[in-house]
Design a protein around this ligand. Structure first.
Ligand code: 5GP
Length: 184
């Protein structure tokens, strides 16, 4: 890859608002491109295959791991998630700033393999607020909600491993800070 600073990692616990932040980044600058991940989790209502994720069977996902098709992959709350190498490479070569919206284990893998990225960890204003956001999403079952909450504690503990920490309280403020960190 030519310029790894073109790789922007947005990470942080489930429910912190990564998706909303990334959507706003994409709206503000045509030069950003969001990598579409593969996952074995079931699509939520309204999610579209090839747009939100590539929804795959566990079997297919494992086959792709053995074929080295992922830049990184991780298991999260009982499912696999991974970033596809080819599409990211192609966009980097076309000079896009590629956004990876991923959980912390995958983010750490990327940081080890491509140290020249920029990583941003989004923190919730409070633990309670995070729980409310996860619960209000109402698309996950109770078991998945509990797994995500437990996982969030672990994820927040690793927040110091990333370049920038942003408490996501106000969307506009969060975006301003991120754009400032990334530069032009
Ligand atoms: P969700 O099931 O809520 O869509 O995603 C669960 C978690 O997996 C979120 O923290 C999300 O950022 C993360 N995730 C999504 N795609 C990837 C990926 O390709 N790799 C990794 N490591 N995590 C991902």
């Amino acid at each position: 890859m030519k310029n790894q600073k073109q790789l922007i990692i947005i990470t942080g616990p489930s429910g912190v608002g990564k998706g909303t932040v990334v959507k706003e980044m994409l709206r503000k600058d045509n030069n950003f491109w969001l990598s579409i991940s593969a996952t074995t989790r079931e699509p939520r209502q309204g999610e579209i295959d090839g747009k939100d994720y590539y929804f795959l069977s566990r079997e297919k996902f494992k086959e792709m791991i053995s074929e080295n098709l992922f830049l990184e992959w991780a298991e999260f709350a009982g499912n696999y998630y991974g970033t596809l190498i080819d599409s990211v490479k192609e966009r980097i070569e076309r000079n896009y700033k590629v956004i990876l919206e991923i959980e912390v284990e995958g983010a750490k893998q990327i940081r080890e393999k491509f140290p020249d990225n920029i990583s941003i960890f989004l923190l919730p204003p409070t633990q309670k607020e995070l729980e409310n956001r996860i619960r209000n999403r109402a698309t996950d079952n109770e078991q998945s909600i509990l797994r995500r909450l437990k996982r969030a504690e672990f994820e927040i503990k690793s927040s110091q491993d990333f370049d920038y920490l942003v408490t996501n309280e106000n969307l506009e403020e969060t975006i301003k800070k991120i754009i400032n960190f990334i530069g032009n």
